[in-house]
Design a protein around this ligand. Sequence first.
Ligand code: ATP
Ligand code: LTN
Length: 339
Amino acid sequence: MTDIPAKKKRIFSGVQPSGILTLGNYIGALRNFVALQNSGEYDCIYPVMDLHALTVRQDPPTLRRRCLETMAVFIACGLDPEKNILFCQSHVPAHSELSWILSCFTYVGELQRMTQFKDKSQRHADNINAGLLTYPVLMAADILLYQTDLVPIGADQKQHLEIARDIAIRMNNVYGELFVVPDAYFGKTGTRVMSLTDPTRKMSKSDEPASYIAILDKPEDIRRKLRRAVTDSEGEVRYDRESKPGVTNLLDILSAMGGEDKEALVTRFAGKGYGALKDETADAVIAALTPVREKYDQVLADKAYLEGVLRSGAERAAVLAEKTLRKVHKKLGLAPYKL
Ligand code: ATP
Ligand code: LTN
């Protein structure tokens, strides 16, 4: 008797090409994407989420460039186009189609409660567009379209994943087994890397450059930004998110990069002051990001290769997406069609 290999669980996650990818994206997302790929236990789908980036005004030539650049960062971080499905969200129209259908099963009230919606509406008060509100519906469509089991995300996306689950459960209750209900996957450390200039906010690629470390920053820039990172005037290294958010963020980053736990770090830095902590954090970040930066330059230089990765990724994704979309059409009573 031959063994039939068990069907692997499916992983889905992505990053918006809304800026230069940051250390937050690396620790909260990309590093986990690579670890999950390497575990060999999952089929992984990792697109660049360009439709989501449109919720904030983008300069067209820059956005176009960033889609390829973001994919180059994925590959430079260690994602393998042969092992995963890597593509660009807008190349698979089924995402937008399913998004419309799901929006008819989502309540405006639940979207208005989202922290990210409230935050971005404040920051972009001149452009509170409907997409900013329906952002989590498109994200639910991304996830449910592939019958995803597990979604690796940073802590800031937890609420959005909850909505995706709620929509799936709601529709399954009406139509039977339509969607797999996805679970979130958070890495062991550093699910929320904070801004270097305001450690009470998350590090974000659409903020000012001094507030974040870009994955592609040069070593001297990484060191300078970390040296200038906002801390406090107390001078004592302690782990306390409330009263010492800046120092706590540095400890989190160092722990995430070097693997040493926070308690051990606090003991080791007792009486040493913030300068030593900042320097060691810089060493650890530089050591992790230097090989990524070097590989990035190589990958980006080969545009034809990158475009080929996107094309074949979109083809493979479209086959899986179409299967779910057909099932949804049928169960909801949309008229059958043959092309
Ligand atoms: P933007 O600033 O344009 O809203 P972003 O930097 O928040 O973007 P996204 O593309 O929205 O990045 O996020 C991609 C992934 O990176 C998500 O899984 C998100 O949770 C994770 N992530 C983003 N910022 C951080 C952070 N500061 N700490 C941990 N994870 C993060
Ligand atoms: N909203 C995510 C990016 C994103 C995403 C997804 C993540 C869009 N669709 C689906 C996981 C699964 C963000 O990080 N801001």
